[in-house]
Design a protein around this ligand. Structure first.
Ligand SMILES: *Cc1c(COP(=O)(O)O)cnc(C)c1O
Length: 321
């Protein structure tokens, strides 16, 4: 692990070298309809087409790629009921090491199944009576396994930033980059990439209206904790951004804005109808800020991180019905 205050764009570039050949270089799509609607030139970086369906593969793979032989022998541990669980399970399998994933006992069956299919061992806990971080820390100490958390880790941050690096390489200068925000792994990584590769580009985080802890934190200059937000953006249902993440965000992120669940649904529909993409609610955060007029983007070249596409088809249908 490196010192977060010293992280730079070069750390993202080193992560990109580790990911070469392992992660997909995802496509950048454009839409004349989206451009006409906003008066901007929009570039959608489609991490819904990343391996396991979200950008989280990048951070997980980068963190595991840096393991020492002793760490590899003991394996990797994480807690997540979402995309990070699958990202760790798949990355561990590719690295030929064991993965243990701590999930709530009421995690969606589909997510548990997907994690097991990638070869991860799932351990259940009771989310109402037990603390997953404590369980994780205890297991890490008892079994010598290395914990790779979903966002609060320098190697995870730098891995996630490679998505923005590819976007800058592929489309050239941008005025604004819109990035979904949960715990801040993706946003911090993208801001690091921008600092070296696109210094004129404003980096803006987008989080659900119901959980604007990131926005409050940036304005106050310290991490603000909130209750578990009620939102359809399940990948952004965090109560506070990570410490490593905030170190980067407070230095390098220009602003954080919020969008409503209704705007997320409108965006899911637009992306499906007009661009033929299935995007999960959290994956729509950045796009919603531009397409629903939350942020004035007319006349600008705008990068939009589409962060993931993992949503049950029945849930997708119910939301857009
Ligand atoms: C995890 C996740 C996010 C939020 O990422 P952070 O690094 O926690 O901010 C956004 N979108 C999707 C699809 C995710 O899985």
């Amino acid at each position: 692990m490196s010192d977060t205050a010293l992280l730079a764009c070069s750390d993202v570039e080193q992560a990109a070298a580790r990911l070469r050949g392992a992660a997909h270089r995802t496509p950048v799509l454009t839409s004349a309809t989206a451009d006409a609607r906003t008066g901007a030139r929009l570039f959608f970086k489609c991490e819904n087409y990343q391996r396991m369906g979200a950008f989280k593969f990048r951070g997980a793979f980068n963190a595991i790629a840096r393991f020492t032989p002793a760490q590899r022998a003991a394996g990797v541990l994480t807690f997540s009921s979402g995309n990070h669980a699958q990202a760790i399970a798949l990355s561990a399998r590719l690295a030929g090491i064991r993965a243990t994933i701590i999930m709530p006992h009421d995690a969606p069956a589909l997510k548990v199944q997907a994690t097991r299919e990638y070869g991860g061992e799932v351990l259940f806990y009771d989310r109402y009576t037990e603390n997953r971080e404590e369980i994780a820390r205890r297991l890490a100490t008892e079994r010598g396994i290395t914990l790779v958390p979903p966002y609060d880790h320098p190697d995870v941050i730098c891995g996630q930033g490679t998505a923005a690096q590819e976007l800058f390489e592929d489309v050239g200068p941008l005025d604004v980059l819109l990035v979904p925000l949960g715990g801040g792994g993706l946003l911090a990584g993208c801001a690091l990439a921008a600092s070296g590769l696109a210094p004129g580009c404003k980096v803006i985080g987008v989080e659900p209206e119901a959980g604007n802890d990131g926005q409050q934190s940036l304005r106050r200059g310290q991490i603000v904790h909130i209750g578990v937000p009620k939102t359809i953006a399940d990948g952004a249902m965090v109560t506070h951004v990570g410490e490593h993440n905030f170190e980067v965000i407070r230095r390098r992120v220009d602003d954080i804005v919020t969008v409503s669940d209704a705007q997320l649904v409108e965006t899911m529909k637009f992306l499906a109808e007009r661009m033929k993409m299935v995007v999960e609610p959290t994956g729509c955060l950045g796009a919603a800020a531009a397409l629903c007029g939350v942020l004035p983007v007319a006349g600008k070249r705008v990068g939009i991180l589409i962060s993931g596409g993992n949503v049950d088809l029945s849930r997708f249908a119910a939301l857009v019905a």
